[in-house]
Design a protein around this ligand. Structure first.
Ligand SMILES: [Fe+2]
Ligand SMILES: [Fe+2]
Length: 412
């Protein structure tokens, strides 16, 4: 077996270590990321291991099980295993608490859209089911719904209720036969990455928040496939790997595919929009952009905050991809252990016109009528009329209430 971390180079950091400079990963050590894929064909292994390649991490017994099939002929049975695993994910369970909260909300007389969205977004299986239904054959926006906010707009409350009522569930303290403890572990990491991604998006003003909350939650869905296809995954495949990049390297070498690629293929099988599938597929790519760049950095931050090592070089590279330099990254790392503020979501349509919003924003900044009028090239009486209309539309009695109301709903 190869020495720990050998061949992968790179400095790693733990939460008790400072961020270091650029020293670290040997750029030649990690295999290049595969190009984008559009079909399941790419799931077939690309090449056999070279004779000089270091031996794979194996079980302590020295047996090649459970990868005998992979070791003997990396093509043989590989596709079948993955297809069976894709099918097994059809009954991936939702957290019972999330499902029950969703059912309780939906049965209310006037369910709050924001609360319903939040309940769905708290669970991987619910997100998958709702997105698949919203993008399915019968949907008017087939293959185009990128978020849970969008899904709830497309689906009727009855459809969401049916879906939740029929969902398989798992409990915190129970182990299922098929998935054992996987749903619980998977959810914890997915939610940690989702929260970190949301913080990063807020700090940088990233506009695709609703989609990012979905891509962050689903980013590692390919791991569930590999877990089902290869008993012993991840431990026996990842072996001595320490960082996310090293784990990906071992997956490619041992299985011929990695969980990011498999996850992207699965998202396409589910008919999820291209932006979602490609963010999942590229969430470990060095040249990741947009959602995948945020998810890549959020993933590293989630591992870091759970005490796992991450490469300082890769962390800085990932930060730069979302426009963060070392000082912004330090601020994020400092802030990580503290609970994040619950940012309001704009899930209900804003009743105000663009001009009315401009007026209200300035009011929220403490400007007086005259200043607002001057800045927007309006007369004072027009500003007064706009405010009158704003109060009426928001049901507010004064400026403080109007600002509070609009802020709570994420319109400001
Ligand atoms: Fe991943
Ligand atoms: Fe991850």
């Amino acid at each position: 077996m190869k020495a720990q971390g050998a061949g992968m180079g790179g400095s790693t950091i733990r939460p008790d270590m400072p961020i270091e400079g650029e020293a670290g990963m040997d750029p030649g050590a990690t295999p290049p990321d595969p190009p984008s894929v559009t079909t399941d064909d790419r799931l077939m292994p690309t090449s056999a291991p070279t004779p000089s390649a270091p031996s794979a991490p194996r079980a302590a017994s020295g047996s090649r099980e459970p990868y005998a099939v992979v070791g003997r002929s990396r093509n043989e049975g590989h596709g079948k295993r993955l297809t069976a695993a894709f099918e097994a994910l059809e009954v991936f369970p939702a957290l019972a608490e999330s499902r029950n909260r969703l059912l309780a909300l939906i049965s209310e007389e006037r369910p709050s859209t924001g609360e319903v969205v939040r309940a769905i977004e708290s669970d991987v299986a619910l997100v998958i089911s709702v997105l698949r239904l919203a993008n399915g054959m019968d949907s008017p926006r087939r293959g185009q719904v990128e978020s849970i906010v969008g899904s709830v707009e497309v689906l009727s409350p009855e459809a969401v209720q049916r879906l939740a009522a029929n969902a398989e569930t798992f409990e915190f303290f129970e182990r299922g036969k098929t998935w054992d403890a996987a749903p619980e572990r998977f959810r914890l990491h997915a939610v940690a990455v989702q929260r970190a991604a949301d913080r990063l998006a807020a700090a940088s003003g990233y506009p695709h928040r609703d989609r990012l909350l979905v891509t962050a939650l689903l980013h590692d869905v390919g791991k569930l496939v590999l877990m089902h296809a290869y008993p012993g995954y991840p431990r026996q495949v990842h072996g001595p790997a320490r960082t996310p990049e090293e784990r990906l390297h071992y997956e490619r070498r041992e299985l011929g595919v990695d969980h990011a690629l498999v996850g992207g293929v699965l998202a396409r099988r589910w008919n999820l929009p291209k932006a979602v599938a490609s963010a999942i597929e590229r969430h470990h790519a060095e040249d990741a952009q947009g959602d995948s760049a945020f998810v890549r950095l959020a993933d590293m931050l989630a591992h870091y905050s759970q005490g796992s090592p991450v490469s300082s070089t890769e962390l800085l590279k990932a930060a730069r991809a979302v426009g963060f330099g070392p000082s912004e990254l330090r601020a994020v790392l400092y802030d990580l252990p503290y609970p994040s503020k619950d940012r309001p979501r704009s899930v209900e349509p804003c009743p105000l016109s663009t001009r009315e919003l401009e007026v209200l924003k300035r009011l929220a900044q403490g400007m007086v009528y005259k200043q607002i009028a001057l800045e927007l090239s309006l007369s004072t009486s027009t500003v007064r009329t706009h405010l009158h209309n704003i109060y009426g539309k928001l049901g507010a009695v004064d400026r403080a209430q109007a600002v509070l109301h609009a802020t709570e709903r994420g319109w400001l």
